[in-house]
Design a protein around this ligand. Structure first.
Ligand SMILES: [Zn+2]
Ligand SMILES: [Zn+2]
Ligand SMILES: [Zn+2]
Length: 276
């Protein structure tokens, strides 16, 4: 399984439009790993996790071919993760021969897409061609395109937000954002499963290191990874990567690496590729 990090920022990206904070100022100067688009991933060539406001440039830089993309798995309906307007260009009259697409997510995803379409000239998701909607139930494994999807309840402000274990060719990836430190319900849902890699929430970064509700600060992220190890969910030699950063956490890539490296945790950035 090849995972490409298409974006590593929280909602307003880094450097943020309009923002005059020190992190955004330095990020504009530094470029490179300090430029963060909205969080999204490409799995192999056929699956995207989330499809947000940066999907156009992300698809271009990652070389995504639409005829290869079979499915999008949505974590939740916040606007940095789900952009129905860009999905709406699949419509007849805009895209020609748009390939079939399966969309996975909680029932809230389809509801949100329908609301946004209805508020624009794009009218309705019913006009999207060849679209299959699948609503995974938490704790019930589901066979998708050459992949198993296992849904877990996230601790987040969006209704029915999800985390996922994705398994392909004997390797498992846990996506654990946007979420705070999990509730007992989530720990019970995942009990008995193991993963080779976890990518977890680092939104509040170093400035708000102890945040554990809705998102995670850096110290809570380390505790979350430790809990995954303690419960035998993350394999002993498994890979831990922190991702989804807000500029308001007051941390540049070098600051994050200095904090997380001694804990054996890698720090996500746009374009990072992980082979499992
Ligand atoms: Zn987010
Ligand atoms: Zn800023
Ligand atoms: Zn969110």
């Amino acid at each position: 399984m090849r995972i490409t990090i298409l974006g590593s920022a929280a909602a307003e990206a880094v450097p943020s439009l309009w923002c005059r904070c020190e992190v955004c100022r330095i990020a504009r100067q530094n470029g490179g790993k300090d430029l963060r688009r909205r969080t999204s991933y490409l799995i192999d060539r056929d699956t995207m996790i989330d499809f947000g406001p940066d999907a156009f440039w992300q698809s271009w830089t990652a070389g995504i071919l639409w005829e290869e993309l079979k499915q999008i798995i949505f974590t939740h309906q916040h606007s940095d993760h789900c952009n129905p307007v860009e999905l709406g260009w699949r419509r007849k009259g805009f895209a020609q021969n748009a390939p079939a697409l399966t969309i996975y997510g909680s029932p809230e995803i389809r509801k949100y897409c329908e609301i946004i379409m209805g508020k624009t000239d794009m009218k309705s998701v019913a006009l999207w061609p060849d679209t299959t909607w699948v609503e995974p139930e938490n704790g019930v494994p589901l066979q998708a395109h050459n992949m198993e999807i296992f849904s877990i309840p996230a601790r987040h402000s969006a209704e029915d937000a999800r985390n996922y274990i994705l398994t392909r060719d004997g390797k498992s990836l846990l996506i654990a954002h946007d979420s705070g430190f999990w509730t007992e319900e989530a720990w019970n849902t995942i009990a008995g499963r193991t993963v080779d890699c976890v990518i977890f929430d680092g939104t509040c970064a170093l400035k708000f290191a102890d945040v554990e509700d809705g998102h995670m600060g850096a110290a809570v992220g380390v505790r979350f990874r430790d809990e995954l190890l303690k419960r035998g969910i993350l394999k002993k030699d498994g890979l831990a990567i922190v991702n989804h950063f807000s500029h308001n956490g007051n941390s540049l890539q070098a600051d994050l690496e200095a904090y997380f490296a001694p804990h054996g945790i890698e720090v996500g950035y746009d374009g990072k590729v992980i082979d499992l």
